[in-house]
Every structure is written in C-alpha cells, then in structure tokens.
Design a protein around this ligand. Structure first.
Ligand code: ATP
Length: 746
C-alpha cells in the first residue's frame, strides 16, 4: 500500500513542477466537476452592492491605478500519508494531478481545479511563495490581507500555518518577510503591532493576555473589532515570534481520534502595519494602514470523531462555526443572497471585512490523500471550490486621523524635540541676578551666593528634564522601524547588517516548536519514536513533551540556555508601559527564559541534540527547509557579541527608565516646594503620592534589569573563550557598576 502512495507522490510531485498553471488546463479536462465549475464561474459574480463594505479607512488606490477586482486565491495542500495510515493499509483516494487539479483515484471523472495544488512533498516555503507572499507584500503596502488554513482535523493546518524549526510555517515566514520588506523599503518608516486571539467554543480569548477572556466583538462605524484585545508593538521577528509562542501556551488543544494534539480553537494572529514616507511628515498627510490576518482554523470533526463530553461540545462548536463559514461563502458566491449571515458565528463576524470583499484573501485547504478520509477530503474540496468564486477588491487603505499610531508617535517625537530645543535655549540664557545698590556689598554677596545655588539647582533640574526628554524621544523613535539603509549610522550603531529574507536566526527559531518530521502523533508511533531516539521515555512522558511543544512550548523556553534579548522590547502603552513589563512578569515564557537562563535541560531530550550556537544564522536551503547541519555549534566568539547586544538592550531599557525617574523626581521636587507653601491642597498630595509610587516602581524595574544583566553575564560565562571572557566580563562589570552608579536616584 505504501508503494501506491509512493508512486502517487512521485506522479504528483513531478507534475507539480512541470505543468503550467494555466486556466486552460482545466478546460482540457472533460470531467463533470470541471464543467460544473466553469458554469459556476459565469454565474457567481458577486455584487459589491450586496456586500456593503464595512470599510473603516478612506480608500485610495495606488497612483493612477484602478481598484483591481480579484478572486480569493484558493490552493489545496496534500499532506503525506502518515506511518500509521501506511501501516493500516490506507490507500490514496485523492491526488494532485499537476499543478492545478485534484483528482479522485477511484473515479477519475471527479476532478477540481484550483489556483494551485501542492502535492505531499511540497515544502511550506514553496506554499508560502505561491499562496502567501503576495498577500504579505500587499499588507506592507496598505492592502488588507487574510490567509487561512482550512481542513479536517489532522490534515496539516497547524503544520502549514505554524510549522516547526525544521519547516517554519506561513506565520513565521510572513513575520520574517514583513521585517525584510521594511529593510528593503528605505523610503518609508513602519510601525508594526500584533494581536493574537482564539475562538474557543464561541468565546473570544486574548492569547497575549491570559486575563482577556470572553472578549466582546463590537461594531462601530469603522467595522468590527474585539474590545479590549491587547496589541503589542513589535520590533523584530524574534520579538513577534516570542509573542506567538507565548500565546500558543494559552491555546486550547486536545487529543482526538485522529490527532493527539488537535487544535480545538480557531486562532487569528493579526499584524497591523502602518507606514508613512521616511523623514519629516507634515501633519494631515495620509498614512498607510492595513491588517494581515493569519488564521489557523480548528479542524472540522468527522462523524467518526471521538465523542467524550468535552470533545463533543468542542466539536459541535467547531463544526457549527465552520458550517457558518461555508454558508457565508456560498451566499457570497451565489450572487442572489441579500442576507449574509456573518453574525451567526464569531469567526465569520471577525472575518466579515475580509470576506465581504476587501483586501487580498488566500485560502489554503489542507487535505489528506487517505481513503479513510475520502469523504471529508471531498467536502473540503467542494468548500474550496465555492470559495474560489468570491470576488474581492484590493485597495490601499489610507488614513489621516489620529487612529494612526505611527502618526501619533511622529507628532510626539517632533513636539518633544521642540521642547528639548527650548530647554536648551533656556539653559543658555539663564536669567541674570538683579543689580542691587552699590553701597550694600554684604547684601550683594549674599544675593550672588543665593543666585548661584538656585542657578545650580535649576541647571541640574533642567539637565534631568533634558535626559528624560531625550530618553522618551529615543524610546518612541525605536518603535518606528526604518530600513538601516535609510538610517543615519548613529541610529543603530552596533547592529548587524540585514539578514537574508529567508534566513531564520537561532533566536527566531527558538520560538518555533522543535518537532520530528514525518511523525504523526499517535500512540501507535511510540515504538517508532523510541527506536529512533534510542531512549526509554514512557508514552506519558512522550505525550507530555509533545504536548508541551505544541502548547507554546513552555518547557521549551525553560530548556533554552539563553533567549532573545528582544523579549524585553517595549510595549505599546505609552509612558507607563516601560518596556520592562514583559521582563518582570514571571508568567510569560520570555520572562522565564531571561530570569532562568541556566536552567538545566531534560536529559534525553530531543532538544539537547540540536541546541545551536547563540548567534547562528540558519540559512534555509533551496527547498526552503532548514538543513540539520546548520545546528552545529560554531563561532563561539559571536556568543560574546550576542551577550553584549542583549546587555545593550537591557541598558537601553535602564536609560529610558532612569530618564523617566529623573523627570518624575524633578516634578516631585516642584510639587514638594508647592506643598510647603500651600499644604492644604489635596490634589497636590495625590499627585505626590502617585509620583512616589511611579518612581518606586520604576526603580524596582531598574533593579530587576540590573539583575538580568548580571544573569546574562553569568549565563554567558562558560560559553565564551576564557581569555576573552575575563576581559569582557570585567569590562561589562565595570560598565554595569558605572551604570548603576549613574542610575542612583537621589
Ligand atoms: N505537509 C506535511 N508534511 C509532513 N507532515 C505533515 C504535513 N502536514 C501535516 N503533517 C503532520 O501531520 C500531523 C497532523 O498535522 P497538524 O497537526 O498540522 O493537523 P491539523 O490540521 O492542524 O489538525 P487539528 O485540526 O486536529 O489541529 C502532524 O504530525 C504534522 O506534522
């Protein structure tokens, strides 16, 4: 039976790369289904009037371009038969016949045509290039984009969307690409923020904020939105991936008959992209704003699915929402419906804007070739076929109002700069001491001394205020991403050059699951696992470890020797956010990894075999997958550079915080003087208490950063060459002491 699959795989993969993706290929087929599809093609034009846009941006097209009408890009991806299916004698029921056709093995007249069909040997990288890259590029240019993976349980949706270290999925590839596009676009500056939610049993939960449960979907003039969802500004691919990994830890998964770690919820990862021309932007100038939604749907249940209480309930919610999605898609394509039931499920409500014809949409339908799933595969193929007829319009979104965060930050930066200039001018032209009568020399002397003291203290205060302003400018500027090609060299003095678009660095891969390839997670494979790994872990341990990996990899984070400094980057909420929130919160994986950098790994773990050197860039091969030998440790000295980078970042955080402390201290001083003159003013007391609290909190954060710097130094101790080590260590300690001294707050 295995040989059948083998021959089918060969057949499809060779065809996959040779045949052209031309519409005529479908015309040459005399199949009934293909005739039906061409008929539907003519009859299913979507009336945009029926599907009134819930568009919340003023739309404009790229100069001189018409808004282009496009259809949803629909692709089908086959996964290979699993070892279990092969052992059970499963046969191939459906196969990829060339690049665009899926055909039924037993009834060759049943065939469907799509934009592209990927055979079981196609890499995710290739799927990304064909089905996702265009959507991601559009999103970076201001065109909304949605990519979703649809399919029954165990058909490969999570493999496609998330992937693992060996084969990164669409989400990490998209994130990586977004940052590469920024690097390749020196003429614009960008601000990226992410949110991550799941819909579990028709309840919306915030995966970036565990307390954000059962969130409401609201609607205003601008469209649908999730009330209270947390958004984080992201500064690097590793930063974004660390947030996804942290979010995955909160996602609902469970085992079904078909998949030991089945996703029981739909997840939506949203990357919001803002951009404006690089440099000074006059007020009122439009900013491009778009959203890229990357969706991993829960697997629809087959009628043979496990029916324990919880699973049954989850299954019915999943099926219901997928059914609604199917209905919405059918109605959107039949051209006659006046009512589209978006509101019947949370999923369709959230996807309303994308499905009702805005931006680019790519639907990747995952299927298994196996005969036992033939019916489910057929249903997926029909769903995909219907979706092909949704018509969408891709247009750039431009916004002018204050909804744009990048605009807000740009305005704030320029007004802070102005303030700083004024402060500098004020310091130069300190007010002269008034003249006194010549005869009173003693009085004059006294006045001069008083004046000197006052001037000195004012200068000190102003220096502090200046440092605070500079800190804030620096912090805001850092949130806005610009290509290093467009940046004055002083801005990122010690950062390495741009990475190749498809390369994943170790710190990025650290946030992806490690997983053995070609191993379907089922109990029957435990013998295979044991014999391959040569260890005697029990099934329970095996399941636990697998679960931990799929579950956002909390253990994985603990196991890592070191983690990305980018986990310490700043969050969105202005002054109060102080980039250290995620560092100090013990509940996030990145916090754990930073705080416990030397925690020992589990013995016999798969992870121990492949922990790469810290600064290693993994080049992705031609096939888009990461070669194993890239994991070997090399260039130890780069480790020290990495540590320095990480410490630099922590110091930056310290500087920002100390600037804020200085600003608060100076305000506090003034208030104390005020209260000395007017002790009865309650408002001033309240303000003083608040400032004291803030200063205390920020000092704690500074202390915590110091500890982390020291921990990072210690963690690197045994990785750095001994001779280099003592030198770097003493240099760093000296700098650290110096910094701590500077940071001491009176
Ligand atoms: N293209 C592929 N190549 C190799 N293995 C694959 C491929 N697609 C899926 N798999 C494997 O099949 C198994 C099931 O895949 P996955 O968990 O991604 O399915 P799913 O559709 O997300 O399932 P569920 O809906 O239950 O979460 C995994 O072990 C995965 O590694």
């Amino acid at each position: 039976m295995a040989s059948k699959q083998g021959s089918k795989n060969r057949k499809s993969s060779s065809n996959n790369h040779n045949s052209t993706n031309s519409p005529s290929s479908s015309a040459t087929l005399s199949s009934k289904r293909l005739q039906e599809s061409s008929h539907e093609d003519q009859s299913s034009t979507l009336s945009s009037a029926q599907n009134k846009p819930q568009y919340f941006y003023s739309e404009s097209t790229p100069a001189g371009n018409e808004r282009s009408k496009e259809n949803v890009t629909v692709t089908v991806r086959f996964r290979p038969l699993s070892p279990k299916e092969i052992r059970q004698g499963e046969e191939v029921a459906w196969y990829a016949d060339g690049d665009t056709i899926v055909r039924n093995e037993y009834n060759p007249s049943i065939a469907y045509a799509y934009d592209r069909v990927f055979g079981p040997t196609t890499t995710t990288r290739h799927v990304y290039d064909v089905a996702a890259q265009d959507v991601v590029t559009g999103a970076m240019e201001g065109i909304n984009g949605t990519i979703f993976a649809y399919g029954v349980t165990s058909s490969g949706k999570t493999h496609t969307m998330h992937g693992d270290q060996r084969s990164p999925g669409i989400i990490p590839l998209a994130v990586k690409d977004a940052f590469s596009i920024i690097q390749e676009t020196p003429s614009r500056e960008f601000l990226l923020r992410v949110s991550y939610l799941e819909i579990y049993n028709e309840v919306v939960n915030d995966l970036l904020n565990p307390t954000g449960q059962n969130l409401r979907i609201r609607e205003d003039l601008q469209g649908t939105f999730v009330e209270g969802i947390k958004e984080e500004v992201v500064l690097s691919p590793a930063h974004a991936l660390s947030l996804i990994a942290a979010g995955e830890a909160h996602r609902h998964v469970g085992s079904t008959n078909f998949n030991l770690l089945s996703s029981r919820s739909h997840t939506i990862f949203t990357l919001t992209v803002e951009s404006s021309p690089y440099g000074e932007n006059p007020e009122g100038e439009a900013v491009n704003l778009s959203q890229l939604n990357l969706i991993d749907l829960a697997g629809s249940e087959s009628s043979r699915a496990e029916t324990t209480g919880i699973r049954r309930k989850e299954g019915s919610y999943i099926n219901k929402s997928l059914l609604t999605l199917g209905t919405v898609i059918s109605k959107l394509t039949d051209g006659r419906s006046t009512h589209i039931p978006y509101r019947d499920s949370k999923l369709t409500r959230l996807l309303q804007s994308s499905l009702s014809g805005h931006g680019r949409v790519s639907l990747i339908c995952n299927v298994t070739p196996s005969s036992s799933n033939s019916e489910e595969t057929h249903n997926t193929l029909k769903f995909a076929h219907r979706a092909k007829h949704i018509e969408i319009q891709a247009a750039q979104n431009k916004i002018i109002d204050e909804k744009s965060l990048i605009k807000k930050y740009q305005n704030e930066i320029s007004s802070l700069k102005e303030e700083l200039e004024q402060l500098k001018r004020g310091m130069v032209s300190a007010s002269p001491v008034k003249a006194v009568g010549e005869d009173n020399i003693v009085l004059l002397k006294q006045k001069l001394e008083d004046g000197q003291v006052k001037l000195q203290s004012r200068l000190e205060e102003e220096e502090e205020a200046k440092a605070a302003l500079l800190g804030r400018i620096q912090r805001l500027t850092k949130l806005i991403l610009v290509s290093t090609k467009a940046t004055p060299p002083s801005r990122f003095p010690q950062r390495p050059g741009p990475r190749r678009r498809h390369s994943f660095g170790e710190e990025e891969l650290a946030h992806l699951p490690y997983k053995r390839r070609d191993l379907i997670l089922d109990e029957e494979n435990i013998d295979l696992y044991v014999s391959l790994e040569g260890n005697g872990e029990s099934l329970e341990e095996f399941k636990e470890e697998k679960k931990a990996r799929k579950h956002g990899l909390l253990n994985w984070f603990k196991l890592r020797k070191r983690d990305s400094g980018s986990a310490t980057l700043t969050s969105i909420d202005g002054d109060k956010s102080s980039g250290t929130k995620s560092i100090t919160s013990p509940s996030t994986p990145q916090a754990e990894s930073i705080n416990c950098p030397t925690e020992p790994r589990i013995s016999n773990s798969l992870l121990t075999e492949s922990t790469p050197s810290a600064d290693l860039l993994l080049e992705v091969g031609e096939d888009g997958e990461v070669p194993d030998d890239n994991y070997s440790a090399r260039e130890m000295s780069s480790e020290s550079l990495k540590v320095v980078d990480q410490i630099d970042l922590l110091r930056e955080q310290q500087k920002i915080l100390s600037g804020e402390v200085a600003l608060h201290s100076s305000a506090l001083k003034r208030l104390l003087e005020e209260v000395a003159h007017n002790p009865g003013k309650e408002q001033t007391h309240v303000e003083i208490r608040r400032l004291n609290d803030e200063i205390r909190e920020k000092n704690q954060q500074i202390a915590s950063l110091e500890q982390q710097i020291a921990a990072a130094l210690l963690a690197s101790f045994n990785k750095i060459d001994n001779s280099e080590l003592s030198q770097s260590f003493s240099e760093m300690m000296a700098q650290l002491n110096e910094k701590s001294f500077e940071l001491e707050v009176p």
